[in-house]
Design a protein around this ligand. Structure first.
Ligand code: IPE
Ligand code: IPE
Ligand code: MG
Length: 248
């Protein structure tokens, strides 16, 4: 069902920490992997909602650097699920002009998964309706470190010099999220209220929204509630409320 909503403020970039799959499964006496499988439907709905409501960037935290410490059977199941999801959603992504991008330490992913990612990124690269970003094998500290290493190499090979200051803009361009605007809104499901080493630099001025709903239960109505809450927030960026209201 299409649910177009009237909103005063549509965030350009919404990012979601999709949490609670394991607990969802446990409550039903199922294996954790069943929770991850059920979460794929929530991804589909969230992408549809974003496309229907003019959200330009939707990004999803699917697997963290720390998640590599989970039991190998769960990791294998999750990786297989990613491959299956890319294959099964390929047509939908193309038909709906969605640009698909994966961000994270791809060197830790299997060749099979990387090949699928490369293929779908290439096919959808010309699309411009909605950009769907999946953070896979990602952590905020990893991202900052890889940016710092890149900068060190630039100093080393002379493409950067120490007398030219390192700016916010240069740092943005070195991060793995280059070209993606910082998130306006971060949603985390399952009741946890932490960042779990996600977008550390990029969430400097992001609005946070926490909900107790477990990811496999997250539906368009829940997304709408988060957007409505965001809409009521006043983003001040360090200024006073009076200054912000004068600009409006
Ligand atoms: C989120 O759900 C998915 C991943 C981290 C891969 P969890 O698997 O963390 O679910 P809970 O937190 O154990 O319920
Ligand atoms: C964060 O969830 C990572 C993803 C949703 C992919 P976790 O379930 O791994 O986070 P913690 O360990 O509870 O902080
Ligand atoms: Mg969790």
């Amino acid at each position: 069902m299409t649910q177009n909503i009237k909103m005063t403020k549509i965030p350009e970039h919404v990012t979601i920490i999709m949490d609670g799959n394991g607990r969802w499964a446990k409550r039903r006496g199922l294996e954790r992997l069943e929770g991850h499988k059920a979460g794929v439907e929530s991804v589909r709905e969230a992408a549809e909602f974003a496309a229907e409501n003019g959200i330009k960037f939707l990004s999803l935290f699917a697997f963290s650097e720390e998640n590599w410490n989970r039991p190998q059977s769960e990791i294998n199941g999750l990786m297989e699920l990613m491959i299956d999801a890319i294959i099964s959603e390929k047509k939908t992504l193309i038909d709906n002009k969605i640009k698909f991008r994966v961000v994270g330490d791809k060197s830790r992913l299997t060749d099979t998964l990387n090949a699928k990612i490369d293929e779908i990124e290439k096919i959808t690269s010309v699309n411009n309706h909605l950009t769907l970003i999946v953070f896979l094998s990602y952590s905020g500290k990893w991202d900052i470190l890889q940016a710092a290493r890149k900068y060190a190499h630039m100093i080393d090979d002379g493409t950067a010099t120490l007398d030219v200051p390192l700016t916010n803009e240069l740092m943005d361009s070195l991060l793995s999220t280059h070209g993606i605007p910082d998130p306006d809104l971060l949603i985390r499901t399952s009741g946890e209220q932490r960042i779990s080493n996600y977008l550390l630099w990029q969430c400097a001025y992001t609005e946070f929204y926490f909900t107790d709903i477990l990811w496999p239960d997250f539906r368009k109505n829940d997304f709408k509630r988060a957007i409505d809450t965001f809409s009521e927030r006043e983003r001040r960026y360090g200024k006073t409320g009076e200054q912000i209201n004068k600009i409006k």
